[in-house]
Design a protein around this ligand. Structure first.
Ligand SMILES: [Zn+2]
Length: 370
């Protein structure tokens, strides 16, 4: 029987007690926590387990508001039956007959789901079924159109580009996400001003104007982490499918890439103005905070940058960054609450989790070259 060592937090108490967590005998999906002092909590049910992140404490929240923290990721994954959750279980299922049966049932459930829950559910599934080569073609089409319409080559100096790219690569590596190759592009945003855009195929565009508005690289890294999350969770595609509808989506998934680029090119600028659904923004914020914690950097800094850009928008207000984002206070509070589930006693007022910002070259001097 696997037993995990960690710390146990009772609801309403600030201090934790050393404890162990294991399956209990009272039924499927029930767990027991035994504290060092000998107190036993039986029949606990897991409400949520935080994602596995290098160097970050894993938080297991129970339905009765008790929380268990541990650094033993392997033991957590072993106890919960693998980190892949349902899909991991599906992959491990041996019988192909059982597997195809399950897939058939899932397909029926999907169809019912579409009628019941409408386009968002379908857009979600469609976004995850869209082939990589189609997404890559979309990126090329959208980038070309944006370049014709408003964007110019970057005026950032090479050193700044290299420094931010290194930061970006580090975040990508920490994310463990490799289903779509992520690339950072620098452009003078022109009309779209200070902005960052995440395209479906993994192209992330950051404008010189955004770099100019930043006070330090940590702010930009947080925005990059936020955009990485948009790609990782396929938000752009879901948004396009939600707006353009089912038939368009089926055409993209089943059709040929050339045609799609053509049909998308005309609407590329409209695409760049798309504002994400609020839920997507929240999801990207939470993921950004996780990635920034993993990189040992300030997970809240990006909110200040976005707020600065939103308040004194010099562009036309186009673009994913400045539109429909939640307000600063609300956003900070939500990210802060999430951070408290990741790190014991996280102090949002104190801000950063490390002093790495002071060691960054070019702090407060990130400006486009003349
Ligand atoms: Zn966003």
């Amino acid at each position: 029987m696997t037993s995990i060592s960690g710390n146990f937090f009772r609801p309403g108490t600030a201090t934790s007690q050393p404890a162990t967590l294991e399956r209990d005998g009272t039924g499927e999906g029930r767990y027991t926590v035994t504290t060092e002092a000998g107190d036993i909590f039986n029949g606990l049910q897991i409400a949520r387990t935080s994602e596995r992140l290098p160097g970050v404490v894993r938080a297991i929240s129970f339905t009765d508001a008790n929380v268990f923290h541990t650094r033993d990721d392997d033991a957590v994954d072993a106890l919960l039956g693998g980190s892949g959750g349902f899909s991991g279980w599906l992959l491990r299922t041996e019988s192909s007959l059982v597997k195809s049966g399950i897939i058939a049932v899932l397909t029926v459930l999907l169809i019912i789901g579409v009628f019941r829950y409408g386009t968002p559910a379908l857009a979600y599934v469609g976004a995850h079924l869209t082939p990589l080569n189609v997404m890559t073609a979309m990126d090329a089409g959208v980038l070309a159109t944006l370049e014709r319409a408003t964007m110019q080559p970057t005026k950032l100096d090479e050193e700044t580009q290299a420094r931010l790219t290194a930061r970006f690569d580090e975040l990508v590596q920490d994310s463990g996400f490799d289903a779509v190759p992520l690339r950072l592009h620098f452009r003078d945003g022109g009309r779209i001003g200070a902005n960052a855009i995440a395209l479906p195929g993994g192209s992330i565009v950051m404008t010189d104007q955004l770099v100019a508005r930043s006070k330090h690289d940590g702010e930009l890294a947080g925005v990059l982490a936020h955009e990485i999350a948009h790609v990782e969770k396929r938000h752009s595609l879901q948004q396009i499918y939600r707006l353009a509808g089912v038939w368009f989506m089926l055409g993209v998934i089943g059709g040929d890439a050339g045609q799609i680029v053509e049909s998308l090119a005309g609407t590329a600028v409209a695409f760049s103005t798309l504002s994400y659904a609020r839920g997507f923004e929240t999801e990207a914020d939470m993921r950004s905070a996780e990635l920034m914690v993993a990189a040992n950097a300030d997970p809240l800094a990006f909110i200040d940058l976005i707020d600065r850009v939103t308040k004194h928008s010099e562009g036309t207000g186009l673009g994913s960054l400045v539109r429909s984002h939640p307000g600063r206070v609300e956003r900070r509070a939500a990210v802060c609450a999430h951070l408290k589930t990741l790190i014991e006693d996280y102090d949002c007022e104190r801000g950063d989790v490390s002093d790495d910002l002071s060691g960054l070259p070019g702090l407060h001097s990130v400006r486009p070259a003349a």
